[in-house]
Design a binder for this molecule. Sequence first.
Ligand code: FE2
Length: 136
Amino acid sequence: MALIDWTGEFSVGIKSLDEQHQNLVEIINKFDEARRRGKGSKVMGQILNEILGYTQEHFAFEEKLLEKTDFPGRKLHQSQHRQLLQKVERLQHDFLNEDRRITAETSELFDYWLTSHILKHDKEYSEHLQKSAVEV
Ligand SMILES: [Fe+2]
């Protein structure tokens, strides 16, 4: 069973962003599956890198869109992204330097980390972006 099931409630109504969010769900599910299968630190480290890299890419894309459409809450949204990235960076740092084990809690953290951001904060720009006549 997958850690996160993508459902319509996650949709922000913008195809490109929904696709990117689905990709993130997939990478996090891959991380959880590898953890449950007891994969070693090399594989777990690679997937952590993948989560970090894709998140950076996705946040940059989203922020550019909020900038282009003059979303009033874009500065706040940017700082929320920075905090989210710091959490993954810290997790990766601890994993690499303190040989911290990946546990079920780490998966739960990623689950909450992504879904609460989409449901609480990404939803806030949904109407604004759908009304904007910008090519996304
Ligand atoms: Fe966001």
